[in-house]
Write a new protein. Structure first.
Ligand SMILES: Cc1cc2nc3c(=O)[nH]c(=O)nc-3n(C[C@H](O)[C@H](O)[C@H](O)COP(=O)(O)OP(=O)(O)OC[C@H]3O[C@@H](n4cnc5c(N)ncnc54)[C@H](O)[C@@H]3O)c2cc1C
Length: 324
């Protein structure tokens, strides 16, 4: 699995040696055989696949709808030494302007089932669907999730949170696909072993572990009250968050009592821009794409904010998005 961390931005990356070696047409034919031609696309601009609407082309963009197919796909990609990466909704991703010279795998598994106060949701399930499912089944505990874009896989990976709750609060265990002795095996890991922290999980260290699905523990509630709270949260978010494309909050909070957006606002940086990237004039914690922003624009604006905040407060900020 190939990723770039913020620190590696601009450094040379491992490339998909295998595609060159195996021949693009061979890889394409194999992917189509495994996934169906309708689930394989070539040279897809990642700007079409991320909420930021930024990013160069993925050599291949494939949609995976079942675990079995995912295992076969990963084994084959390992065999031909082809780089791959997993994404969910692309709501926390900043993709390089060069794109990704490998296979971007979108998790599109979609099962969601209830067992009493427990819900099992596949990694590819959209967060809006999970919220609607909880609401319709009178299950309380996910109201805070209303309006957060993405999938269960991405939410577990990021330990997504809002209004004082996060995935850690509700997750019991996670089904994970791991490579062991050249074989892919499924393991169920208890939440206590997933190193959850503020916007953190073990998956950020173990990039080759794939989240297949999560067991979530909720409480019985009243459908009307749950719906009312979700609607209230959605209204609040609509009023306070930017409407232009973004990748969510730009930075993690360096400590719980440090509000990054408020600090950027105080420094008078709201509305500052580089190319098509602008510090939102609605919420300074977000960089938005006002049209045609590049990854380089965003990274330059990030640098300017980091420098200004460091100079003013001594705090070192770290980006919240994953950079591919
Ligand atoms: C307007 C806006 C508002 C937002 N508000 C919030 C908020 O209030 N709180 C919050 O926490 N976040 C927020 N976010 C960020 C984002 O919604 C969350 O981080 C979300 O959980 C990302 O999910 P995703 O499926 O889109 O992940 P992606 O962006 O697709 O991926 C994020 C990371 O997770 C990894 N990943 C995804 N699926 C898997 C998998 N199955 N197995 C292993 N790794 C995987 C990817 O490789 C990548 O590194 C916001 C974003 C936007 C655009």
């Amino acid at each position: 699995m190939v990723y770039m961390s913020e620190a590696n931005y601009g450094a040379s990356r491992e490339r998909a040696r295998g595609i060159a070696a195996a021949g693009t047409h061979v890889v394409k034919a194999y992917l189509e055989h495994l996934l169906g031609a309708e689930n394989v696309a070539e040279n897809v601009p990642m700007s079409q696949k991320t909420t930021f609407k930024i990013g160069g082309p993925a050599r291949f963009f494939v949609t995976v709808k079942s675990r079995d197919v995912l295992v076969k796909l990963l084994s084959a990609l390992d065999y031909i030494e082809t780089a791959w990466t997993i994404i969910g909704g692309g709501a926390n991703l900043l993709v390089n302007d060069d794109g990704f010279d490998g296979v971007v795998i979108r998790m599109a598994t979609s099962d969601i089932v209830q067992n009493g106060n427990f819900v099992y949701a596949d990694a590819g399930v959209n967060l809006a669907k999970v919220c609607m499912f909880a609401r319709k089944n009178s299950l309380s505990g996910l109201e805070w999730l209303a309006g957060i874009p993405g999938t269960i896989g991405g939410a577990v990976y990021m330990n997504a949170g809002a209004y004082g709750s996060e995935m850690q609060t509700v997750t019991v265990c996670v089904d994970v696909l791991k490579r062991s002795d050249d074989e892919w095996k499924i393991e169920t890991i208890n939440a206590g072993e997933l190193d959850f922290g503020y916007r953190q999980s073990i998956f950020q260290e173990r990039r080759d572990w794939i989240i297949l699905g999560a067991y979530i523990h909720l409480a019985h509630g009243e459908e009307a009250a749950i719906g009312e709270r979700m609607d209230e949260i959605m209204t609040k978010r609509r009023k306070s968050l930017p409407t232009q494309p973004s990748g969510g909050s730009t930075f993690r909070r360096p400590r719980p009592d440090f509000y990054v957006g408020t600090t950027i606002d105080r420094l008078g940086m709201k509305g500052n821009s580089v190319g098509g990237a602008m510090i939102s004039d609605r919420h300074a914690g977000f960089i938005v794409n006002t049209g045609g922003a590049t990854c380089a624009d965003v990274m330059e604006l990030v640098k300017q904010i980091k420098d200004a905040v460091r100079e003013d407060t001594g705090e070192e900020l770290h980006m919240e998005y994953e950079v591919l």
